[in-house]
Write a protein of this length. Structure first.
Length: 134
Protein backbone atom coordinates (compact mmCIF):
# COMPACT_ATOMS: atom_id res chain seq x y z
CA UNK A 1 0.00 0.00 0.00
CA UNK A 2 1.32 3.41 -0.92
CA UNK A 3 -0.05 6.48 0.81
CA UNK A 4 -0.01 9.70 -1.14
CA UNK A 5 -1.13 12.84 0.67
CA UNK A 6 -3.43 15.09 -1.33
CA UNK A 7 -4.00 18.11 0.90
CA UNK A 8 -7.14 20.14 0.38
CA UNK A 9 -6.42 23.73 1.43
CA UNK A 10 -9.76 25.21 0.43
CA UNK A 11 -13.16 23.58 -0.26
CA UNK A 12 -13.32 25.47 -3.55
CA UNK A 13 -10.23 23.53 -4.72
CA UNK A 14 -11.84 20.10 -4.35
CA UNK A 15 -12.17 19.50 -8.09
CA UNK A 16 -8.58 20.63 -8.66
CA UNK A 17 -7.20 18.32 -5.98
CA UNK A 18 -9.14 15.37 -7.42
CA UNK A 19 -7.77 16.14 -10.89
CA UNK A 20 -4.23 15.80 -9.51
CA UNK A 21 -4.79 12.35 -7.97
CA UNK A 22 -2.68 9.70 -9.71
CA UNK A 23 -4.59 7.44 -12.09
CA UNK A 24 -3.73 4.38 -9.98
CA UNK A 25 -5.37 5.82 -6.83
CA UNK A 26 -7.69 3.11 -5.53
CA UNK A 27 -9.16 4.62 -2.36
CA UNK A 28 -9.32 7.65 -0.10
CA UNK A 29 -8.82 7.99 3.64
CA UNK A 30 -9.89 11.45 4.74
CA UNK A 31 -8.49 13.19 7.77
CA UNK A 32 -10.58 15.16 10.22
CA UNK A 33 -10.56 18.74 9.07
CA UNK A 34 -13.01 21.60 8.81
CA UNK A 35 -12.10 21.97 5.14
CA UNK A 36 -12.99 18.34 4.40
CA UNK A 37 -16.25 18.72 6.30
CA UNK A 38 -17.14 21.82 4.30
CA UNK A 39 -16.38 19.96 1.06
CA UNK A 40 -17.88 16.62 2.08
CA UNK A 41 -20.68 16.45 -0.50
CA UNK A 42 -18.35 17.30 -3.37
CA UNK A 43 -15.65 14.92 -2.10
CA UNK A 44 -18.19 12.09 -1.99
CA UNK A 45 -19.52 12.92 -5.47
CA UNK A 46 -16.05 13.01 -7.02
CA UNK A 47 -14.98 9.84 -5.20
CA UNK A 48 -17.98 7.95 -6.63
CA UNK A 49 -17.30 9.34 -10.12
CA UNK A 50 -13.72 8.03 -9.89
CA UNK A 51 -14.94 4.77 -8.24
CA UNK A 52 -12.81 5.44 -5.16
CA UNK A 53 -13.97 3.85 -1.90
CA UNK A 54 -13.76 6.61 0.70
CA UNK A 55 -13.40 6.11 4.44
CA UNK A 56 -13.61 8.85 7.04
CA UNK A 57 -14.02 9.13 10.78
CA UNK A 58 -17.26 11.10 10.51
CA UNK A 59 -20.69 9.51 10.19
CA UNK A 60 -21.90 12.48 8.12
CA UNK A 61 -19.61 11.60 5.21
CA UNK A 62 -21.37 8.26 4.74
CA UNK A 63 -24.68 10.11 4.79
CA UNK A 64 -23.29 12.50 2.15
CA UNK A 65 -22.41 9.58 -0.16
CA UNK A 66 -18.99 8.28 0.87
CA UNK A 67 -18.61 4.57 1.59
CA UNK A 68 -17.80 4.39 5.32
CA UNK A 69 -17.63 6.67 8.32
CA UNK A 70 -16.07 5.14 11.42
CA UNK A 71 -15.10 7.13 14.48
CA UNK A 72 -15.87 8.14 18.00
CA UNK A 73 -19.45 8.99 18.88
CA UNK A 74 -19.16 12.78 19.08
CA UNK A 75 -22.22 13.45 21.29
CA UNK A 76 -20.73 11.04 23.85
CA UNK A 77 -17.34 12.77 23.64
CA UNK A 78 -18.99 16.16 24.19
CA UNK A 79 -20.99 14.91 27.18
CA UNK A 80 -17.84 13.53 28.76
CA UNK A 81 -15.99 16.79 28.07
CA UNK A 82 -18.79 18.65 29.84
CA UNK A 83 -18.19 16.53 32.94
CA UNK A 84 -14.56 17.69 32.89
CA UNK A 85 -15.63 21.31 32.67
CA UNK A 86 -17.95 20.73 35.62
CA UNK A 87 -15.09 19.23 37.68
CA UNK A 88 -12.82 22.17 36.83
CA UNK A 89 -15.51 24.68 37.80
CA UNK A 90 -15.82 22.84 41.10
CA UNK A 91 -12.11 23.30 41.77
CA UNK A 92 -10.34 20.31 40.24
CA UNK A 93 -6.95 21.00 38.68
CA UNK A 94 -6.92 20.07 34.99
CA UNK A 95 -3.50 18.46 35.43
CA UNK A 96 -4.99 16.10 38.05
CA UNK A 97 -7.73 14.82 35.76
CA UNK A 98 -7.00 11.60 33.86
CA UNK A 99 -6.83 11.56 30.09
CA UNK A 100 -10.04 10.10 28.74
CA UNK A 101 -10.33 8.18 25.52
CA UNK A 102 -13.42 7.63 23.45
CA UNK A 103 -15.37 4.57 24.52
CA UNK A 104 -18.20 4.52 22.01
CA UNK A 105 -17.77 4.46 18.26
CA UNK A 106 -20.10 4.74 15.30
CA UNK A 107 -19.83 2.80 12.05
CA UNK A 108 -21.91 4.18 9.19
CA UNK A 109 -22.00 2.27 5.91
CA UNK A 110 -23.50 3.65 2.72
CA UNK A 111 -24.83 0.68 0.74
CA UNK A 112 -25.76 2.91 -2.20
CA UNK A 113 -22.11 3.93 -2.46
CA UNK A 114 -20.99 0.31 -2.14
CA UNK A 115 -23.30 -0.68 -4.99
CA UNK A 116 -22.09 2.23 -7.15
CA UNK A 117 -18.50 1.14 -6.47
CA UNK A 118 -19.30 -2.48 -7.33
CA UNK A 119 -18.45 -3.66 -3.81
CA UNK A 120 -20.14 -6.55 -2.04
CA UNK A 121 -19.71 -5.91 1.68
CA UNK A 122 -19.78 -8.88 4.06
CA UNK A 123 -23.01 -9.28 6.02
CA UNK A 124 -20.98 -9.50 9.25
CA UNK A 125 -19.52 -6.04 8.55
CA UNK A 126 -22.93 -4.55 7.80
CA UNK A 127 -24.35 -6.12 10.96
CA UNK A 128 -21.81 -4.21 13.06
CA UNK A 129 -22.91 -0.85 11.69
CA UNK A 130 -24.70 1.63 13.88
CA UNK A 131 -26.19 3.19 10.73
CA UNK A 132 -26.76 1.63 7.32
CA UNK A 133 -27.65 4.04 4.52
CA UNK A 134 -29.64 2.28 1.78
Amino acid sequence: MTLRPAPLQDPDQTDLVFSTLPVDTNGLLLENSVINIRAQKRICQLALQRTLPTVTSFHEFAVAGCLVGYGENLPDVYRRAASYVDKIFKGAKPSDLPVMQATTFDLAINLKAAKALGLQLPASFIARATDVIE
